[in-house]
Write a protein that binds this ligand. Structure first.
Ligand SMILES: C[S@@+](CC[C@H](N)C(=O)[O-])C[C@H]1O[C@@H](n2cnc3c(N)ncnc32)[C@H](O)[C@@H]1O
Length: 307
């Protein structure tokens, strides 16, 4: 039984619960991937779905649980860590929510979705307001097993879907550290042009595609002054976050590029000073994507100019 009032809850990715717990205060309990806190909700880097208004509902039967959840709102997704059968019976009586993988490119679901779990046989913890519009923060795409040469393309699928903005036909993109070519494959498929720079070669399946240019070399030798205008700067370079920050700052200051999606490769540290520096760039997000591994993603996009 929990005695302190739960004011927020955070669902983390299975492999990255440590960093999430480090970000949180007043932890009451941890139930597998769900961390309960007695502090009001905060923005974190590592939560994949934050439960912003959790409340405990006392229920005397499965039907009572269904009635109480439906009484709050229509869409609910279950996070189950115990009493799986009872929880499943409640969820099955709630309105159906599609579990189909997303087909990229696509828009975000328009209706929000609440989250709930069974704390005891007779106590539901339910949050109608959650940070993610996806079930348990899981952003699952229909995969292409033959086109892209690596699974890294799923990160770019997710980042672009989250901002609902995509490279357009004819736009020019720099794809830094892009080998073997998963991101270049996405950019090309959307109809944009990519200059992919890497020390390693691109997979021939990607380098042979139209609108894909490859340059072998060190990404950090490329400077904004080498270009008139860049529509998107993508980076998946494996490097120290400080080095990436320095390089990205040159591009931001130059105002030559409006859109950035860059992975920040962490060094297994709990010091988020550098992540906060990225976040300090006006209009930016720094998030742990569902499809990220031990990295955060810096996203900075601006509306299209009319001129
Ligand atoms: C995670 S992989 C990129 C995967 C790629 N986004 C994809 O979709 O296939 C990181 C790449 O960074 C490249 N890299 C690391 N340091 C670099 C540098 N200074 N200049 C160019 N490429 C670099 C590596 O060669 C490697 O191919």
């Amino acid at each position: 039984m929990v005695s302190k009032k739960i004011l927020s809850a955070y669902l983390g990715a299975k492999e990255y619960m440590g960093p999430l717990k480090n970000e949180l205060d007043n932890i009451i309990d941890v139930h597998e991937q769900l961390v309960l806190s007695a502090s009001p909700p905060i923005n974190t880097f590592w939560s994949i779905n934050t439960w912003n208004n959790p409340e405990v509902l006392t229920i005397d039967s499965i039907n009572d649980g269904v009635k109480k959840l439906k009484g709050i709102q229509r869409n609910w997704c279950l996070y189950s860590y115990q009493f799986h059968r009872r929880a499943k019976l409640i969820q099955e009586k709630l309105p159906h929510i599609s579990a189909k993988p997303l087909q990229f490119p696509c828009h975000l679901p328009t209706s929000g979705i609440g989250s709930w779990t069974l704390l005891t046989q007779n106590q539901i913890l339910a949050s109608s307001k959650c940070s993610s519009v996806f079930k348990n923060g899981e952003v699952i795409f229909e995969e292409d097993k033959s086109g892209p040469p690596s699974r890294a393309y799923l990160k770019l699928y997710e980042a672009l879907t989250r901002v609902e903005k995509f490279p357009q036909i004819g736009e020019f993109c720099i794809d830094a550290g892009g080998a073997p070519g998963g991101w270049a494959w996405v950019i090309q498929k959307l109809g944009a042009r990519t200059l992919t720079i890497d020390r390693s070669p691109l997979d021939s399946r990607v380098s042979s595609l139209p609108n894909v240019e490859y340059r072998k070399g060190d990404v950090f030798s490329i400077k904004p002054s080498d270009f008139d205008k860049v529509d998107w700067l993508f980076s998946d370079v494996i490097c120290y976050p400080e080095k990436l920050f320095e390089w990205i700052s040159l591009w931001i200051d130059s105002k030559k590029c409006r859109n950035f999606i860059c992975t920040i490769k962490l060094q297994g540290t709990t010091d988020y000073t550098i992540a906060k520096k990225f976040l300090g760039i006006e209009g930016s997000q720094v998030i742990h994507l569902y499809n990220n591994k031990n990295e955060l993603t810096f996203i900075h996009t601006k509306p299209k100019l009319n001129n």
